[in-house]
Design a protein around this ligand. Sequence first.
Ligand code: R5P
Length: 293
Amino acid sequence: MVVVLYSRESEKLGTRLAEELKIKRMTIESKTFPDGESYLRFTEQVTGQDLIVVQSCYPLQDKRLIELFFTLDTAKELGAKTIIAVIPYLPYSRQDKRFRVGEVLSNTTVGKLLKSASADLLVTVDVHQKESLNSYAMHTINVTAMPLIADYLKKLKLSHPFILAPDKGAAANARRVASILETDYDCFEKRRDTVTGQIETSERCLDLVGRDVVILDDVISTGKTIVNVSRIAAKSGAGRIIAACTHALLVGDAEVKMKEGGVTDIVGTDTVDSFASRISVAPAIAESLRQFL
Ligand code: R5P
């Protein structure tokens, strides 16, 4: 039997996924000790079962990761047959290379730990760079939320929409969404100072008068990347400015900064549970898993 097992933090997405797949679901009991350590307990038998373990590792990502490793390792020890790790937001995937000498390759280490914790397959959503999964010693599937985001944008009845990618890495997604919306797109150039983290976006004139703009990225963290582009879009005459992404981490005062920078609406998916989680990625994840049922 195939079962979806999810943590408390990934309950909404785990439930939606089990409903999409029409299979049984289980939760894992959890609590945090006063010193911060995690306690987890399986409340049902998993011996002989094929498990789909759902744990989206958005902040607090380290706690979520360690709880995921505990869960996977214990599931195997308790006799689960196969284990699919569904990590919709895969942390550390942006640290997939050494930008400065001596940097830790966190992405590679996460892959090694997942393997040693007995994951047979990893399913994630819009990982920062697909190539970052090459260092994972297991089969991996990267699902995209872009068609779902495009469908959601269609419902907003945008006026002559224009899709803007804040950097080259986001261009393929912008092209894809623009093609579904049958509209055009453009891509900016962004430079990030690897020491200070400061971002610079090269300014360019665009004619956006009478057009609603969607700034599309894989992740919105501090919101600085979006603010830079939003300011340019506003100066270029844009109407509504929608910040859309798969993973709306929205760290600290990101929402306030984006609104001050001219963003009228923030749209994300349920890979992160927040006010911006307007779109569920469950149908896309379910589609990728049907071949294993
Ligand atoms: C990096 O290139 C990513 O695609 C995002 O653009 C970046 O993580 C967004 O970060 P922030 O919201 O802090 O500017």
